[in-house]
Ligand binder design. Structure first.
Ligand SMILES: Cc1cc2nc3c(=O)[nH]c(=O)nc-3n(C[C@H](O)[C@H](O)[C@H](O)COP(=O)(O)OP(=O)(O)OC[C@H]3O[C@@H](n4cnc5c(N)ncnc54)[C@H](O)[C@@H]3O)c2cc1C
Length: 334
């Protein structure tokens, strides 16, 4: 049986991915409860070590740094091999990933290799100290129900954690830890998958998944023009970081917003502090994408609209009257 908690932390666009702070808070808590170490793994090419200290400040006892040209871009076979070697050497009991592209890909591949217990897209991961069993909470039925799973395996346990579902760890410069450079020379030729081209998704302003405030519009907006008014509200409420604009599938299908801004079952799953749904009826497929938001505010002219059933606050009326007035009031309060 392994010991300790390990985090796979991603470097994304020359920054430590934000999910690392959430992984650190979940991992640190479990490691403390078990009385064991928290280790973090960083893989990339060029300057990887520069991000290690931040992981120490976030709570890692040890950070394993793997820096090699073979890891210049995400290549599943190379990354799996590097992680496989790390797991064999360190033998962690629990391995946590962010539920992002890399985590979704690596967690099941490693789970298969190590015959591990794997649970993806968890909003909570806890340990029962007496039995050392891991409990993982995962939303199902379009986020209407949370199911809690208990891992049966005695071996490695792997979980991926949904972004914004846990409080991020505080970065404390007083924390100390060890930074260990590992040389993993994985031959690029082992890769069965070749990256031919990478196309960067152009996002103006803050990314939907990372926004603290999202103002989404639906069919009730009746056209693309109204989204400029929603943008203003998002800007005012979002403060320095800026808010983001999203939409229901009806708004996307009508061509009022690009696909990447769709919130819902077949769009993005978001968990901002404030989610404002404007002219959105509240179909189950839309709610699945925003139900874990901290506060949901609905603006809809139909008092019977289902969106009000899941909203913390609701305003019944035409958005044309309410949104400009709300924006003005918020601006005046700043
Ligand atoms: C397999 C599948 C996957 C899907 N995935 C998604 C998904 O990921 N995301 C998603 O959003 N949908 C998804 N859908 C579609 C979903 O079922 C709904 O059809 C869609 O969410 C409806 O969008 P809406 O609420 O904007 O439109 P509507 O349901 O038409 O609601 C419009 C609302 O606007 C209100 N309104 C109208 N005028 C005004 C006004 N002037 N002021 C205020 N309110 C006004 C109305 O009262 C109404 O409640 C999916 C469907 C399927 C079958």
């Amino acid at each position: 049986m392994g010991k300790g908690v390990m985090l796979y932390c991603e470097i994304h666009e020359d920054c430590l991915a934000k999910i690392a702070a959430e992984l650190a808070s979940v991992g640190r808590k479990i490691a403390d409860e078990l009385g064991e170490e928290l280790q973090a793994v960083l893989i990339g090419s060029g300057g990887v070590k520069a991000f290690a200290q931040e992981l120490v400040f976030l709570g890692a006892d040890k950070v394993l740094v793997i820096d090699d040209p073979a890891f210049a871009s995400y290549q599943p076979d190379a990354y799996v091999e590097a992680m496989e070697n790390v797991i064999k050497d360190i033998s962690p009991a629990i391995l946590l990933f962010g539920h992002n592209e890399a985590g979704r890909d690596l967690a099941p591949r490693l789970g298969f290799k190590f015959k591990a217990g794997v649970m993806l897209d968890c909003i909570k991961v806890e340990v029962e100290i007496a039995t050392r069993k891991l409990y993982m909470t995962h939303p199902v039925y379009g986020s209407k129900v949370n199911t809690r799973f208990k891992a049966k395996t005695e071996g490695l346990l792997i979980a991926s954690i949904r972004a914004k579902s846990n409080e991020p760890a505080e970065s404390l410069e007083t924390r100390s830890g060890e930074i260990i450079e590992r040389s993993e020379t994985v031959a690029v030729s082992i890769g069965q998958v070749q990256i031919i081209e990478q196309v960067k998704e152009e996002v103006a302003g803050v990314k939907l998944e990372e926004a603290g405030v999202i103002v989404s519009g639906g069919r009730g907006m009746q056209g693309p023009e109204g989204f400029e008014i929603l943008k203003k509200l998002a800007r005012v409420l979002g403060g320095e970081k800026g808010g983001a604009i999203g939409g229901s599938r009806a708004a996307i299908d009508n061509g009022w917003l690009p696909n990447k801004l769709q919130v819902g079952l077949t769009g993005k799953i978001v968990s901002p502090s404030i989610y404002i749904a404007v002219g959105i009826s509240g179909a189950m497929q839309h709610i699945a994408g925003c139900l874990t938001s901290k506060t949901i505010i609905a603006i809809n002219k139909d008092p019977e609209a289902p969106i009000f059933n899941i909203s913390n606050y609701g305003v019944v009326g035409n958005w044309e009257d309410i949104v400009p007035a709300l924006t003005e009031k918020c601006e005046a309060l700043q």
